[in-house]
Each structure stands twice: as structure tokens, then as C-alpha cells.
Design a protein around this ligand. Sequence first.
Ligand SMILES: NC(=O)c1ccc[n+]([C@@H]2O[C@H](COP(=O)([O-])OP(=O)(O)OC[C@H]3O[C@@H](n4cnc5c(N)ncnc54)[C@H](OP(=O)(O)O)[C@@H]3O)[C@@H](O)[C@H]2O)c1
Length: 364
Amino acid sequence: MTTIHLAIFGIGNVGSTLIHQIQKIKSELLKSQHIAIKIPVIANSTLAFFADDNEMNWKLDFEKFSEPYTIEDVIYHFEALNIEHAIAVDVTASDHFIAHYETLIESGFHIVAANKVANTLDYNFYKRLRNVLKANNKEFLYETNVGAGLPIIETIKGLRQSGDQITKVKGVFSGSLSYIFNQFSEEELPFHQVLNNAVNQGLTEPDPRDDLSGKDVARKLLILARELGIEAELSDVKIESLVPKQRNGNITQQQFNLQVQQLNGVFGALKSRLKNETVLRYVGLLNVVDGSLEVKLVAEPKASPLGQLKGTDNLFEIYTDAYKVQPLVIQGSGAGKTVTARGVLSDIIKLSTHLQKFYIGRFV
Ligand SMILES: NC(=O)c1ccc[n+]([C@@H]2O[C@H](COP(=O)([O-])OP(=O)(O)OC[C@H]3O[C@@H](n4cnc5c(N)ncnc54)[C@H](OP(=O)(O)O)[C@@H]3O)[C@@H](O)[C@H]2O)c1
């Protein structure tokens, strides 16, 4: 039997769902694959709960017994337990937490992350992190960084390793922007109403300009580019922001919400200029041949896979030497706590299976 100990950082939407999903599959995983998963540390930005393992009542335990902590406290706690393999799970959205990655790796932890920050900082950091992982014989999995639970990174890695040359990746990479333009194209509604529908359903960030700015799509595109060996920076991504300049940094979120009807003119005009049987889609475009990265609003034929998108679906078209004319297409829900937590769990199980097969060494 192989025992995997997890330190879970972040107990928001994804983190809480992940813990619930782990509790549900635990006994089956032990029975079918002889892998035991334990969660001795659960933490948010300020408090941590330390135990031998966490059970179904972890929320109550966390409320009652959690305490202020440092990353060293987590490492000491793991050292004190009889640990075979340790994984730090980053389900925060924190810029600060990634500063702990090196310490954690050097202290014996593998990393699984939904947090995109470590893969989208400057290329020097990206490279250094991989060097630290290699030097310490540790793994870093982050499938949910792009497309939530969809197997995008794994597919791209697999194609690359098999020698199939990827030439282009194009798609709708954002659940919220997918919803907004799918609705706006289908329904006779003004843009502000579609945007408000997305906000009210919790599909956007609290400030919808974070979605409309295109930065989140740009980050995902950058992650894919780097996965393909392109040494790009976020500033290399050409972004067509959907937030008019005068409504960006210089007004508050509240003022933006009050003025949101003024976006109707711009988007209404774009829609009325569309040719027959075309729809608007906000796409990411990675041209591997010339190394260009672009995020923009385009008109797509209604009958194309992108034109037929529904709801909050993401869609990735991957063009390669083997998939030259008809791309390999991956489509499905690209956001939401359930699919994202499932993707993180899948990374944990993949890593656990790998550790079971290949690592005899103990947590050091
Ligand atoms: N939700 C989705 O659909 C989705 C899809 C794909 C990827 N993701 C990614 O998944 C991650 C989590 O998303 P979420 O929706 O679960 O976020 P969330 O609900 O805002 O939860 C974030 C959690 O992280 C904790 N946290 C923040 N800074 C921390 C720090 N320095 N150390 C330890 N914990 C810290 C927060 O604790 P406090 O409460 O103390 O601040 C909170 O528990 C994000 O990176 C997001 O981009 C989410």
C-alpha cells in the first residue's frame, strides 16, 4: 500500500469541493489501487488545522481548532508524521503563496496546483521552478490551469512527446466569456443584460472587468505556449480588451456597474455588422510556427465548432502535423468548482499512481 499525505492550501469553492470529493473516493481508491490518501493539513490564508488525517467533519474541526501558521509549521508537522509521500495542493488564487513553492519542494513536497500564478510569472521564475523540481526529484501538476477539468495540458504534452508537431491552438478558453458571447449571439438582449446575467449567476469575477480585460485568457494561452517550449512573457500576448479604455482603471467597480449600459452601443454595432450565419466569439490564438499569441473578438461561422458553443463550454482546437485540416477538438465545461476540483483530484491520483510505481524513497 502507498500512503499519500496532502497539505491543502485554500478552502474556498474548489478546495472545499476537493476535500469532499477525496472523502467520497477514499475507500474505493484504497480497495482498487492500494493508495491511501490522508490530509494532515488544511489551511486558508491565515489559519491551518493540523491532524493525523481529516475526516468528514473537517469544517467543524477547522472552525474549532485551526490556528495561525507559517509554512515551516506545516513542514514540521509533516516531518513529525510517518510520511511516505507528500503533496502540497495549491487551490488558492494567491500571488503570495507561490513564494513557498521552492521551500516546499526542497522540504520534500510535490506540488499540484489550480493556481495559475506560478506558470504565468516571468519566464526566469518559470525556468527556476523547473530546475528546483528537477534537482529535488519532485513533480508539479497543474492540469486545471487551462480548461478546468478538461485534459488540455496532458493532451498537448502527449502529442509533443509522441513527435506530432503542434502548429496552432485556437479556442474559447473562458467559461464566463463563452457564456456572454453565446448568449449575446443567440438572444435578442442588450449586452449589459447578458453581462448582468453572467454576473448574477456567479460566472464572472466579482469585478467583471477582470474577465472582459482578456487577461485570464491571455494567462491560459501563455501557459499553453510555454508548455510547447515557447519562452514567452505575458506582455508578449496581444490582447484585445473588451473594456473601453475610459472605463478601465480610472473608475471604480461600482461606477463601472452603473455605466455598463454604455457598452451596448459598441457590442450592438459589432453584432449588427456581422455577416449572415456568423457569431461573435472571444478566442485565444497561439501560432506555434511564428510564436505569436493573440486574444481577440472574432466572427465565426455559426456552423463551425466554435460557432456552435453553448453555455459556459470551453473549446480547444489543436492543429498538428497529424491533425492538419480537421483539428483535434476538446470541448466541455471549462469552469465551476465541481469540474475544477475533479481535475485537481485527477492530478493527485495521477501523481500518486506514479509515486506508487516509481518512487521508493520516503519524504525527506
Ligand atoms: N472556481 C473555478 O471555476 C475555477 C476554475 C479553474 C481554476 N480555478 C482556480 O482555482 C483556484 C481556487 O479558486 P476558488 O474559486 O476556490 O477561489 P476562492 O473560493 O476565492 O478560495 C480561495 C482560497 O484560497 C485561500 N488563500 C488565499 N491566499 C492564501 C494563502 N496565501 N495561503 C493559503 N490559502 C490562501 C483563501 O483563504 P482566505 O479565505 O483566508 O482568503 C480561500 O480559502 C484559483 O487559482 C482559481 O483560479 C478555479
